[in-house]
Design a protein around this ligand. Structure first.
Ligand SMILES: *Cc1c(COP(=O)(O)O)cnc(C)c1O
Length: 226
């Protein structure tokens, strides 16, 4: 039987040299090289700030806390994704609510999501309330899959109509773009992964990308305590 490895990271002498230099410098936790890496990734994607954390799951979790998701909130997530998307929602106390994906792209089906909202939620004083649970609809997490952006302009338009916060799960989509606009540059924060299964790797790792200074400062504070 032929085995196809799920990941095959590529390293050469350069990575070995840089790892040795980090060990020799004594900076084996947060330090100047992490700050340099944050700047480089943010600049490549077109964001003002990057906040590096231990995984994309941590990036999603801290970003969602900073966005204010919590108990009594419903957050829409695509039914086709890695489970970390939904888990991060649930870690905040909010409820992850799965919605369909478009089978041409495997990313969130915005038309389906809108019909779902209309059938399951009722408007009350400008908020959309789950008819069954009483939870309020608070956010939507489009997943940019396999280097492909979800239809983020359509997600943003939906979010505007229903008062939702948007956070892009871009774990597998570093460098994905629509036209010249990179993931995470449509006015929403995003989270990328550096797990060896993704575009580039640091071993384990993740990053929150944003141009919102308050969000950046909030996740920076949360990072140093979690
Ligand atoms: C891999 C992945 C994550 C989690 O990334 P980690 O860095 O392993 O925590 C989250 N969301 C999606 C869509 C992923 O593919």
């Amino acid at each position: 039987m032929k085995n196809i490895p799920i990941m095959k990271p590529y390293f050469d002498e350069d990575e070995a040299k840089e790892a040795a230099a980090a060990l020799a410098s004594g900076w084996v936790a947060q330090g100047p090289r992490v700050a340099e890496f944050e700047k480089a990734v943010a600049a490549y994607e077109g964001n003002a700030y990057g906040v590096a954390v231990s995984s994309c799951t941590a990036a999603l979790h801290l970003g969602m806390i900073a966005l204010g998701f919590g108990s009594g909130d419903d957050v829409l997530v695509p039914s086709y994704t890695f489970v970390a998307t939904a888990n991060a929602v649930e870690y905040t106390g909010a409820t992850a609510v799965p919605v369909e994906v478009d089978i041409r792209t495997y990313t969130i089906d915005v038309g389906w999501a809108e019909k779902f909202i209309q059938s399951r939620y009722a408007e009350k004083e400008g908020r959309w309330i789950n008819r069954k649970s009483g939870n309020r609809l608070a956010g939507i997490i489009p997943v940019n899959e396999f280097g492909l952006c979800a239809d983020i302009p359509a997600v943003n338009a939906l979010a505007k109509r229903y008062g939702l916060k948007v956070f892009e799960d871009s774990a597998c989509a570093l460098g994905a773009k629509i036209g010249e606009t990179h993931e995470g540059c449509f006015g929403n924060p995003s989270a990328v992964s550096f797990h060896p299964r993704k575009s580039i790797t640091t071993g384990e790792g993740g990053m929150i990308l944003t141009s919102d200074i308050e969000l950046m400062e909030h996740v920076r504070k949360l990072r140093s305590q979690s």
